[in-house]
Design a protein around this ligand. Sequence first.
Ligand code: HEM
Length: 450
Amino acid sequence: MANINTIKPSYVSKPFIVAAVIVLFTGSFIGAVWMMTIFNIGVPQWFGQLFQQHKILQIDGFLTLLIMGVGYMIVPRFRNVSLPFVKYAYLSFFIVLASLIIEIVTLLQTSIFADKISFTLIVITTLRVSGIVIFVTIIFLTLKIRPKRLRVSDYFIALSVVTLLIMNIFELSQMSGIVYSKEDTAAPRITAAGDSLTHIELWLLFPIVMIFGIEYKTLPSFLGFIRPRSIIGLSSFILTLSCVIIGFLSMMFETQIPALQSIFNIIFFTSVITFTLSIYAFCGFDNSEIIRLIKGEKKIRYNLTVLHVKISFFLLLLGIFISILFGISYGQDRETYRFALYDLAVHTIAIGFIGTTISLYLPLMLPPITGKTIQFTNLNRIPLLLIVSSLGLRAVGDIIIAQGNSVSNLVSQSTSLPTMKILSISLGLSSWFVVIAMIVFVITLHRSMK
Ligand code: HEM
């Protein structure tokens, strides 16, 4: 990664990254309040209407803006060229951000948009799709320039941006009733509000595959100046591609062929295992000599990277394993058990893998954007500790929820006992650890900038 600073900085990514972090904060804040209500902690009534914004802010906002910003920076950097059509890249930023703001206002002001809400949402999604089409076009034009080595990384990046585009086009066709309309009873459902878990996992796949593209190129060389295992890397890409295809089929035919969901998750699990083998994430490479030789900030940076990579991939595999359990429980009338698996699968992957990986890579990616170097200190461990403890407490909370026959009266019953009341309050508040982790992360980042 030493060569990153010698390449031309691309400031075009900055607004994307800054907007993504602000939207993530807002979305996680709403999520943390939502978690409090699940554990019977009172919040102002009006806050309830914000809960549906959580998914929009986290997926249409945070993940989409982040991956566009990272794509615009990393793809030219991997081939040592500057980004073409920078003006259109900025245009794609304003279009996607505008579509997000209009969508949130529209859903907050349903009374005003009452009779034309679905038309408004179709216009908004068309707007977002047009911004993403600009992004995909610029990325593919840049990918046409062959990199000196490790082409497999480009395959992952190309698959990630195509998945982002198809998911948005699918959302648009769903809204306009071309495929399942929201009201269609045959459409896969799990919670009154929520989409099927496969649908959410496909949304989480485009950032995951982009991360694969970046880590395939950068991690082995950082871990030990070695190359990734190319054959295993290529097979991981083929598995990930099949996983995306099966995922779309599962989303379309989940009620007709429920087994597709388990097949999707088993292929997903295998593609991740294969990928970790190709980049030596868990084993296969003796770094004891390197650890003995490096000192000071370099040693802290090295150990933190190894720790983040191991924990993030463990949580990704755990999240997919929980999704497999969810698929196996398909059709069982165990609402709370399935809700608990759904919640844990989504957030173990979203916060555990994507959140942890971002907290590792953002400090490494920021110098070209800010023109300042970042020093790693042991304080950088705190956000990781808070994320893992919050997910741990969330798991305890979901295991308790899974025991009940309905989410609401379980919590009301349990909070009658003083000990359960304390437990319920701590579980309800545990998600604020993630919000605190973000605040600590931003503070340590600013303090470590030179
Ligand atoms: C502080 C961090 C977060 C908290 C406290 C939080 C909390 C929640 C809660 C309480 C729910 C409702 C229960 C459920 O359906 O699972 C939920 C749903 C959801 N969250 Fe989060 N969340 C957080 C971060 C994230 C992130 C980072 C993402 C994605 C990048 C995300 C994506 C989702 C999705 C997709 C749903 C399902 C919504 C639906 O079914 O309509 N969350 N979250």
